[in-house]
Design a protein around this ligand. Structure first.
Ligand code: SAH
Length: 396
């Protein structure tokens, strides 16, 4: 699997490089290489240069991509035409036209780039007791697991070296077993072997711990605020305050972390106005990526949010924040299948996450029932069917 396209460095200004992908130009931060030159070929991911590629190797990879790339661009441009009569859309705002408009905005601002991140879920122990979540502390009906440090390093290196991921999320419940020493060992060993855009999703941990993890190479944090409505937040998240979570996200952004954040759509008693605010609050946190998804009830008898709720949330976000990166989540696939993923991508979404947790643990991270996840090869087929290419989306 090689789901990433190398680009050629076109311009260098301090630690910001401009990378050219068959004529599309994107910026990336160079935090990991000391001597990059104009004309070098690199892989970038999430706006970071993660790998330099020997000239000949890059030329031959690009040769295999050239024809396909042009074809994908054509498909995308065709699918992402704006609705015929925009004025009419503004008056009637039919759902379908809203999605179509969002898709055209995405294509106009970011071309057909789509990023794919890998995710390893390394522990389902959690000290929190969030009522919406299947791995909450108080749930004694699930099997718990923890991967040890070496297993996490090996699984990460497999995802990077064998599956060719350039961006990897390491996610767990809020599990204090992973103290500074263990987390530093994981990150520094992975980064030493193979620099990558590493994103931590470990919950509300101490600021100084996050600082140490940044120092050894972590560059992203995935931390949703879940809902911007303080009373809903406190109802679902026992003993926690929305303010504390938002402050942590802001502090981590100031520290230099790239932020992935967002909310759950479809919570009981959540209003349309709540979701509108959720979108605004996400944007105010300067995220690299919007990560919101449908809430999947733990009890099968409870009603699930309709697909229109998530598609219109994606579309409104795209229209309000045209250059945003918007993830179409596994929860979307779980509720609405692969068609749901395609619809999400065709309503303004431009990112997918692939579960690369080792097989024996994969079904144990049960944050909600019936969890499914598309494999990498299938995801690539799906993206190609709608004209999306794996060029880096660059720095915003
Ligand atoms: N400990 C980390 C990771 C939590 S699990 C943290 O606190 O950020 C990752 C995400 O799963 C959560 O942020 C939440 O938004 C989502 N999630 C949990 N329960 C869910 C449910 N029932 N339906 C949909 N998403 C859910």
């Amino acid at each position: 699997m090689c789901y990433s396209i190398p680009g050629k460095i076109f311009k260098i200004e301090d630690n910001i490089v401009t990378v050219d992908y068959f004529g599309q130009k994107r910026k990336a931060r160079n935090d990991f290489y000391s001597e990059l030159a104009i004309g070098d070929y690199v892989y970038a991911q999430g706006g970071f240069v993660v790998q330099r590629i020997p000239h000949d190797e890059a030329i031959s990879i690009l040769d295999t991509w050239r024809e396909l790339f042009v074809k994908l661009e054509e498909i995308d441009l065709k699918l992402a035409r704006p609705p015929k009569n925009l004025n009419k859309y503004l008056e009637t705002s039919s759902e379908k036209e809203l999605y179509q408009l969002a898709n055209s905005v995405r294509s106009k601002h970011l071309g057909n780039s789509c990023c794919i991140h890998g995710i390893i879920e390394f522990s389902n122990y959690c000290r929190c007791n969030c009522l919406y979540c299947g791995i909450r502390n108080g749930n004694d009906r699930i099997e718990r697991y923890r991967m040890d440090v070496e297993e996490i390093i090996n699984a990460s290196l497999y995802a990077i070296k064998v599956q060719n991921f350039k961006a990897l999320v390491l996610q767990s419940g809020e599990d204090l077993y992973y103290n500074e020493e263990r987390l530093v060992a994981i990150i520094s060993n992975v980064m030493k072997e193979n620099p990558i855009f590493l994103i931590m999703s470990i919950g509300e941990r101490d600021f100084n711990l996050y600082k140490r993890l940044y120092d050894v190479g972590a560059r992203g944090v995935l931390l949703r605020f879940e809902t911007s409505n303080p009373s809903l937040y406190e109802r679902y998240k026992e003993g926690r305050k929305l303010r504390d979570r938002l402050n942590l996200i802001k502090e981590l952004h100031k520290l230099g972390y790239v932020i992935f954040t967002g909310f759950l759509a479809g919570l009981k008693d959540q209003t349309e106005e709540d979701i509108r605010r959720d979108i605004e609050v996400t944007a105010s946190l300067n995220p690299e990526m919007f990560s919101f998804g449908p809430f999947i009830p733990l009890d099968d008898n409870e009603s699930k949010p309709p697909i229109e709720l998530i598609l219109s949330t994606i579309a409104k976000t795209r229209i309000a924040y045209p250059d945003s990166r918007i993830l179409v989540t596994t929860a979307v696939e779980t509720l609405y299948g692969e068609d749901g993923l395609i619809s999400g991508l065709a309503s303004g979404g431009n990112s997918l996450m692939i579960n690369v947790t080792p097989e024996k643990y994969r079904n144990l991270y049960k944050i909600y029932p019936g969890r499914r996840g598309i494999g990498a090869e299938r995801a690539i087929k799906l993206l190609h069917s709608i004209g999306r290419a794996p060029t880096d989306l660059g720095i915003k």
